[in-house]
Write a protein that binds this ligand. Structure first.
Ligand code: ADP
Ligand code: MG
Length: 225
């Protein structure tokens, strides 16, 4: 049943992302059509149109391939990966949804490279789930800050939102399967996050203040080079 739970959760995360992705793909498609119509009408100086069209196509290609990677069934495969690259990709993926929901995202991390031994797909799933939770906690918009804090042996990825917060009596239930306060929630996202981070020898700490917001810390060991 555990495998089933993970599968259904993965589907739901992908399903939830689909709305944002569809929106994000429609924009470059609309602009591509616009440029083609201009060219069809024989408008001059078409050279630079090609450049824009190619970058719009690259954007669509990026979105679709990332989406497929995340949707694909996973084999846990640990590799040395750049935390910055993983976070950059996740932020690009979640940005359309944040924009649609009036949520501003801010990232604070030094340029210093940090390498983590991890399953890249699982890491992305964790960050996407946590960022989605943050966005969903702000129905009227707000701010999400992502901070990367490097300690001597561990790195903390801190996600701070200005959302509804979680009452104290609920904090202890987080991560229990099917524990959700959302009409269309699964209550499986956090459970999956806890499991993935635990299997990476890390931990997740959640602090919250009602009506003020929530802070989620993901603490992971990094590889010292
Ligand atoms: P789901 O998002 O499907 O409800 P999760 O396991 O991701 O399932 O989250 C469980 C519950 O934890 C949510 O329904 C919500 O009540 C609470 N929660 C999680 N993250 C946050 C957050 N950032 N702010 C407020 N509540 C949160
Ligand atoms: Mg969730």
């Amino acid at each position: 049943t555990e495998e089933l739970l993970r599968k259904s959760d993965r589907l739901s995360v992908v399903g939830q992302l689909a709305a944002g992705l569809a929106h994000e793909i429609r924009n470059p498609l609309t602009s591509l059509k616009g440029f083609l119509q201009l060219m069809q009408a024989g408008v001059p100086s078409q050279e630079r149109y090609y450049e824009i069209m190619i970058s719009e196509l690259d954007r669509i290609n990026f979105i679709v391939s990332e989406f497929l990677i995340i949707a694909k069934p996973q084999v846990t495969h640990y590799e040395e990966k750049s935390l910055h690259k993983i976070l950059d990709t996740v932020i690009q993926l979640i940005e359309p949804e944040a924009n649609m929901k009036n949520v501003q995202m801010k990232v604070c991390m030094s340029l210093e490279p940090i390498v983590v031994s991890c399953s890249e797909i699982q890491m992305k799933q964790v960050f996407i789930n946590l960022l989605k939770n943050a966005i969903e906690a702000m129905p009227h918009g707000g701010f999400v800050q992502i901070e990367v804090l490097k300690g001597p042996t561990d790195v903390t990825i801190r996600i701070v939102d200005t959302g509804t917060g979680i009452p104290e009596e609920r904090l202890t239930h987080l991560g229990e399967p099917f524990y959700t306060t959302k009409e269309k929630g699964t209550g499986l996202g956090l459970m999956m996050c806890y499991k993935i981070i635990e299997s990476h020898q890390g931990k997740i700490e959640i602090r919250s203040r009602l009506h003020e917001g929530t802070t989620v810390d993901i603490i992971l060991p990094f590889i010292v080079k």
